[in-house]
Ligand binder design. Structure first.
Ligand code: NAD
Ligand code: TDX
Length: 349
């Protein structure tokens, strides 16, 4: 029975990944280590409370005692590191915590795994560390071209710089110690359980409340959207089939401008929920500092080497996503209670 240490599993992608894996395999054990920051929510995993293959541990990946104890207690086969401060706008306001969690936390996990898996020279067979990174480490594209795995790292925001730094540390553990690792770099994910500070759930939530819809700059920045379940499938393939030391880009050629996304959501909610939701709610606001213009992934390596392909077309994925938020109003209310309103006012006033 393989044991997975999943970090940040109470967040958006991590919780989707845990659901995906425990649905697909009944012979794995998942330990979820999560600090439960504002972005971590145990509501995302409540249906697993009775699942004996799932264990939640509240804790910080920067706390080496907690991390080492987990390696003592369990025979961990795979570490899948989702834990991060993940929001670009917050990183512009408060970079320090991004360095702590995203860089130092990664190194603490790498060290603990190295101590548990290596006799000083060789690593036990079958163990692997997977770093969940982002296409933002490559920087920004012009009108043409795509990010490939060998595109030079050129991050711009404190967030993407911290993720690039973490990637370099993972690479260093492979190059120096021959630690078994993979790095995945995906494009923007969307789907259930995403905290409404990110574009898609924020716009859905604001439409439902008939609040202004903040669009940064001219709204023509482009992101390459990936349905979260397709991402989970890709990570599973990388864990099981990825060649050691390799980086895999994950994306499905779903480039859209931000304004297109916003208008798509408005149109769906206008037609299906509330005809008072119209494009009049759109408010063009001050642009994000250092705003990357375009992201676009070339996924040919993971397609050719591992046989991955995205199953969800954007037009279907966005409808599934909006419907999920409509059906899970309690979830939205629970995550927007507490400090959310204060954050929102500070960010958008
Ligand atoms: P998220 O913000 O929804 O979740 C992050 C989780 O990490 C939360 O549960 C939080 O409590 C936990 N966490 C934060 N600091 C921690 C710490 N010090 N110790 C333990 N747990 C901690 O993030 P997400 O959108 O699910 O992203 C997951 C990973 O994927 C991140 O590494 C992010 O950089 C990467 N990524 C995300 C996207 C995207 O579109 N969301 C795209 C590319 C890459
Ligand atoms: O209110 C908004 N208005 C707006 O125009 C918000 C929140 C965003 N935007 C724009 C900024 C971006 O161009 O929408 C685009 C998407 O923004 P985010 O949802 O904040 O995502 P992004 O900055 O692209 O980063 C995301 O994808 C890569 C994740 O947050 C990162 O964790 C991941 O690495």
């Amino acid at each position: 029975m393989d044991t997975y240490l999943v970090t940040g599993g109470a967040g958006f992608i991590g919780s989707n990944f845990i659901h995906y894996m425990l649905k697909k395999y009944d012979d794995i054990k998942v330990i979820n280590l999560d600090k439960l920051t504002y972005a971590g929510n145990l509501e995302n995993l409540k249906s697993l409370n009775e699942n004996s293959n799932y264990t939640f541990v509240e804790g910080d990946i920067c706390d080496s005692n907690i991390v080492n104890d987990l390696f003592q207690k369990y025979d961990i086969d795979f570490v899948v590191n989702f834990a991060a401060e993940s929001h670009v706008d917050r990183s512009i306001l408060e970079p320090e915590v991004f360095i702590r969690t995203n860089v130092l936390g990664t190194v603490i996990l790498l060290n603990a795994a190295k101590s548990a898996w290596s006799d000083g020279n060789n690593f036990k067979i079958g163990k692997k560390y997977i770093q969940i990174s982002t296409d933002e480490v490559y920087g920004s594209l012009g009108k043409t071209g795509y990010f490939k795995e060998n595109t030079p790292l050129c991050p711009h925001s404190p967030y993407s710089s911290s993720k690039a730094s973490a990637d370099l540390m993972v690479k260093a553990y492979y190059d120096t110690y021959k630690m078994p690792v993979n790095i995945t770099r995906c494009s923007n994910n969307y789907g259930p359980y995403q905290f409404p500070e990110k574009l898609i759930p924020l716009i859905i939530n604001n439409c439902l409340n008939k609040s202004e819809l903040p669009v940064y700059g001219d709204g023509l920045n482009i992101r390459d959207w990936l349905y979260v379940e397709d991402h989970c499938k890709a990570i599973d393939m990388v864990i099981n089939k990825g060649k050691l030391g390799q980086v895999y880009n994950i994306g499905g050629h779903n480039e859209r401008t931000n304004i297109h996304i916003v208008k798509t959501i408005i149109s769906y909610i206008h037609d299906k929920v509330d005809s008072l939701v119209t494009e009049d709610l759109i408010k063009y606001v001050q642009d994000r500092k250092g705003h990357d213009r375009r992201y676009g992934i070339d996924p040919s390596k993971i397609k050719t080497e591992l046989g991955w392909y995205p199953e969800t077309k954007f037009e279907d994925g966005i409808v599934k996503t909006i419907e999920w938020y409509l059906q899970n109003n309690d979830w939205m209310e629970s995550v927007t209670s507490g400090n959310y309103q204060k954050y929102y006012k500070e960010m958008y006033s």
